[in-house]
Design a protein around this ligand. Structure first.
Ligand code: NAD
Length: 368
């Protein structure tokens, strides 16, 4: 059958690409403490992106004003990553935009819309692949409930990254999922290193290895191999279904510390965790690679907020938390701490009848 042959050819191409990806995986980590100039790319994104990004840029300019004047920090505006431009060019990340992005060290990025269906890949999937941003770190903290979670989500593999590479045959659609030794080893290493360096005593590995035997099975096996290098850290395994329940189980949820997961499960469960914290508008996210890193809100472009005329209530806390993570990543710990303290002490709630996003951002700037 011609369609089967075409599907097999598509699968072969995909396997060859993945093998090339593995071959190029190793790179050296950047030492930001020794770098003379750090270039921060500023990408507005779509929907509520430009609104919340405007607040984040003001905060960065305030915290880093002396370094910006001295030229040791450069804020570089990157244009072209709008849904209109991407659709017009038929590229998830236009080539000239990508070239600009690659001149930066780190990125602060607003959310980008991904059209449902069709062929267009998510801009995030493209950027994570092109910049090899393999660790998606998403903290969730609720001190009054003794919750302090850090999710380490693999960011370059799984079904998530091959989501636009499926094949269709008459009456049938097939997607693919990939898990590699090197890819799993490096995200597991990142999670255990985080635990070791931050006084955490437990890493929970979350998969669906009972069902996805090859891919999630590999993820679990390799994560346990890496764990052997961290004898002071307790390791436990959970399946993703019960883990979603665990996060709302008040009897045990405060015992979780670092959670290590493949891509799609990490994507889903971190929205749940963010909701427990106060909503996706309160959660930041870091996409870390060895060479590049990209910081953003956990959420999307919130088209419904725009359609309902409620964009003024887009919460900038998410992107401001990501901004603090960016500052830590580039070894500006004092600036990060100032921002974290301002965020922790802000008592405003962004919501109708309470505060707008702009009022919240003004309060943060005032506290700085
Ligand atoms: P969404 O995250 O944009 O919105 C989910 C819900 O959260 C909505 O009710 C929205 O109003 C609310 N919300 C989001 N951000 C908020 C904020 N800062 N303050 C207050 N409320 C907020 O998810 P969606 O509607 O499923 O996706 C919209 C688009 O965003 C899609 O095209 C999707 O692909 C894209 N997306 C992009 C990213 C990214 O760029 N990192 C992440 C997720 C989704």
């Amino acid at each position: 059958m011609k369609e089967v042959t075409l599907a097999c050819e598509a699968f072969q191409k995909l396997l060859e690409e993945q093998l090339r990806r593995i071959a190029n995986m190793n790179s050296e980590k950047v030492d930001f403490s020794a770098k003379e100039t750090v270039t921060i790319g500023i990408i507005d994104g779509d929907g509520i992106g430009p609104m919340i990004m405007a607040h984040a840029v003001k905060v960065l300019e305030t915290l880093l004003d002396r370094e910006i004047s001295a030229g040791s920090i450069v804020l570089k505006r990157i244009e072209g990553l709008t849904i209109e431009n991407r659709l017009a060019l038929g590229q998830s990340v236009p080539s000239d935009t990508l070239a600009q992005i690659k001149t930066c060290d780190v990125l602060l990025k607003g959310p980008t819309t991904t059209p449902m269906g069709g062929k267009m890949e998510s801009a995030n999937v493209t950027l994570r692949r092109e910049l090899d941003l393999y660790a998606n770190c998403r903290p969730v903290s609720i001190p009054e409930k003794n919750i302090d979670w850090m999710f380490y989500r693999e960011n370059t593999e799984g079904e998530y990254v091959l989501g636009s590479r499926g094949v269709e045959l008459p009456g049938m659609a097939v997607d693919f999922k990939v898990t590699t030794d090197l890819g799993t080893r490096r995200i597991a290493r990142a999670a255990f290193e985080y635990a070791k360096n931050n006084g955490k005593t437990r890493v929970s590995i979350v998969t669906k290895a009972n069902i996805m035997k090859k891919t999630d099975g590999k993820f679990t096996t390799i994560a346990h191999e890496v764990a052997k290098d961290y004898p002071d850290v307790t390791v436990d395994d959970w399946y993703i279904d019960i883990m979603t329940a665990n996060l709302v189980n008040e009897a045990i949820r405060d015992q979780f510390q670092v959670v290590l997961l493949p891509n799609l499960y990490g994507d889903i469960i971190t929205d749940e965790a963010a909701q427990i914290q106060g909503g996706v508008g309160t959660a930041g996210s870091a996409n870390i690679g060895d060479r590049y890193a990209m910081f953003e809100a956990i959420h999307g472009s919130a088209p419904r907020l725009i359609e309902e005329g409620l964009a003024a209530y887009a919460n900038p806390a998410s992107i401001l938390k990501a901004t603090a993570m960016l500052l830590r990543h580039i070894c500006r710990a004092d600036a990060a701490e100032r921002l974290e303290k301002a965020l922790d002490s802000c008592k405003l709630t962004v919501d109708i009848g309470k505060a707008t996003g702009a009022e919240y951002a003004e309060a943060i700037l005032g506290a700085l």
